[in-house]
Design a binder for this molecule. Structure first.
Ligand SMILES: NC(=O)c1ccc[n+]([C@@H]2O[C@H](COP(=O)([O-])OP(=O)(O)OC[C@H]3O[C@@H](n4cnc5c(N)ncnc54)[C@H](O)[C@@H]3O)[C@@H](O)[C@H]2O)c1
Ligand SMILES: O=C(O)C[C@H](O)C(=O)O
Ligand SMILES: [Mg+2]
Length: 471
């Protein structure tokens, strides 16, 4: 079994004072290699007497592995470790985003126009006709990224403060990929009614609401109510962004293995926010045989008393043959397993008993249901939610383009038609002659993705009647 590879998400820069004689750097690099670290940049920072001061950047597997590598370097004769900096922490110091002015405020004239007294005329124009807020403020290009910190990635209920780095990250991605001004909004309440009320109260300044990492089942009620009660698009990313990208990846993976949506058996592991939306969209797209598996085994329509409404819907609409049992029972002969549960929930044996040309999407973040290294050669196509393995199935491929399209169409909703259009647009960013085992999903950096998704979503918004027509 191949070992887990070092990742840049556990990279550090170690500053070393190295005695200035031949062969010393090679010695350090050898020790790093012996300890399975992955060295990146090597820079000379200064020469101090008989020492060369060097910065060496190394990727490790995890925090413990980082410490092992540093300790192994520390004991080399002629070397002292000056300090070690964690590159991921360095990148986060002071946060990742900021607000930038569009107009310079450097003269009295601009001050009088952009602010008081000129601004008063703009306020009154909006007071007379509220719809002017669209064209005269940032609202038309703004999205609130709202969480209560209860289901942050696969880390669970870590609170609103600890959720900030993820929400800032989402805001950063909105800006980078779709030029949308998004704001991280972390609420210090877990109460459904309070969350709904707060989002409604802040909604005048936003063109859309992206709900993020709010725990199931309350995320369903919150989204449902806000969709009904607001006239701007409300979108729970962990449900629908994930579902859209999972469908796109499924479409292309099936092209590689030569199977059809209608003929495959899919097992979805983890029927929470992401898993239930993935199940819905796959059924809508034509999958016939889908076995939903949660913590207590396969969901079944004969036994739904203990389930929340959402799991109940999945139990009643998937699993046509009323299969009962465990994850191991479900995965026997399966063509595709999609994991959206948590770390290490899928054993290797489950993959070993799948059908030929098995496909596994282990999408839990940051640690997948099964490490790709463990199933190399056992599954034909493997994908995760992470950016440090091939085939990253992450909702970042969906939400920027979906909101770009919805905002451009001045849509009042993001509906099923728009989501399906987004999924096919993502899949079609890769030509049929280009798809392959390690290329079922376009790169986040493929500029075509946001453009094509936004275009498809905008058209679907017009076709389905939720866009505001200009004429
Ligand atoms: N790659 C992506 O784009 C993406 C997007 C959304 C969520 N995710 C990941 O998916 C995971 C779930 O997210 P969510 O928002 O749906 O969370 P959630 O809490 O709503 O759902 C998780 C579900 O998994 C179930 N579960 C837990 N352990 C299980 C096990 N051993 N076997 C079967 N089911 C089990 C839980 O009972 C729950 O129903 C997280 O790790 C998250 O990071 C990834
Ligand atoms: O944040 C991500 O990378 C994807 C997703 O929204 C998650 O919660 O895991
Ligand atoms: Mg999320």
């Amino acid at each position: 079994m191949s070992e887990i590879q070092p990742s840049v998400s556990y990279s550090f820069t170690v500053r070393l004072a190295i005695v200035n004689k031949p062969g010393m750097l090679a010695k350090v690099l050898n020790v790093i290699a012996e300890h399975r670290g992955d060295p990146g940049g090597v820079d000379v920072v200064a020469v101090e007497g008989k020492y060369k001061i060097r910065d060496i950047t190394v990727s490790a597997r995890d925090a413990k592995h980082s410490r092992e590598i540093v300790e192994a370097v520390r004991v080399i004769d002629g070397i002292s470790v000056k300090y070690v900096s964690d590159r991921v922490f360095l990148l986060h110091i002071g946060g990742k985003i900021s607000i930038k002015n569009k107009v310079p405020v450097d003269t009295r004239d601009t001050l009088s126009m952009a602010y008081t007294p000129g601004v008063a005329r703009i306020c009154m124009a909006i007071a007379r006709d509220k719809s002017n807020v669209q064209s005269l403020t940032i609202k038309q290009n703004s999205v609130a990224v709202v969480t209560d910190g209860t289901a942050v990635l696969g880390l669970g209920d870590i609170g609103p403060e600890a959720a900030m780095p993820v929400m800032e990250g989402k805001a950063m991605l909105f800006k980078e990929f779709a030029d949308i001004d998004a704001y991280p909004i972390c609420l210090s309440t877990k109460d459904t009614e309070e969350i709904i009320k707060t989002v409604k109260n802040i909604s005048p300044g936003f063109g859309g609401i992206n709900l993020e990492d709010i725990g199931a089942p309350k995320c369903f009620e919150i989204e449902h109510r806000l969709k009904q009660e607001l006239d701007i698009p409300v979108f729970h990313d962990d449900q629908h962004g994930t579902a859209v990208v999972a469908l796109a990846a499924t479409i292309n993976a099936l092209k590689v293995v030569g199977k059809k949506l209608e003929d495959i058996r899919v097992v979805v592991v983890g029927i929470g926010a992401a898993g239930s939306a993935i199940s819905r969209i796959l059924l809508e797209a034509g999958v016939k045989e889908l076995l939903p598996v949660d913590i207590d085994g396969i969901l079944n329509r004969d036994h739904t008393d203990h389930l929340d409404d959402n799991k109940k819907w999945v139990a009643e609409n998937a699993n046509q043959n009323r299969v009962k049992g465990s994850l191991m029972d479900a995965t026997k002969g399966a063509d595709l397993i999609i994991g959206v549960s948590g770390p290490d929930t899928i054993p290797v044996e489950a993959v070993e008993q799948m059908a030929n040309d098995a496909i596994v999407f282990a999408m839990a973040n940051p640690d997948p249901e099964i490490r790709p290294e463990k199933i190399q050669g056992k599954a034909r196509i493997i994908a995760t939610g992470r950016s440090d393995y091939p085939n990253q199935i992450n909702n970042v491929l969906a939400f920027p383009g979906i909101f770009r399209g919805a905002l451009d169409a001045k849509a009042s909703d993001i509906n099923e038609e728009m989501k399906l259009a987004a999924a096919y647009a993502i899949a079609n960013c890769i030509g049929v002659d280009e798809v392959g085992e390690e290329y079922i999903i376009p790169s986040v950096f493929n500029k075509k993705v946001v453009r094509e998704v936004a275009k498809a979503v905008k058209e679907a918004a017009y076709d389905s009647g939720v866009a505001k027509r200009n004429s």
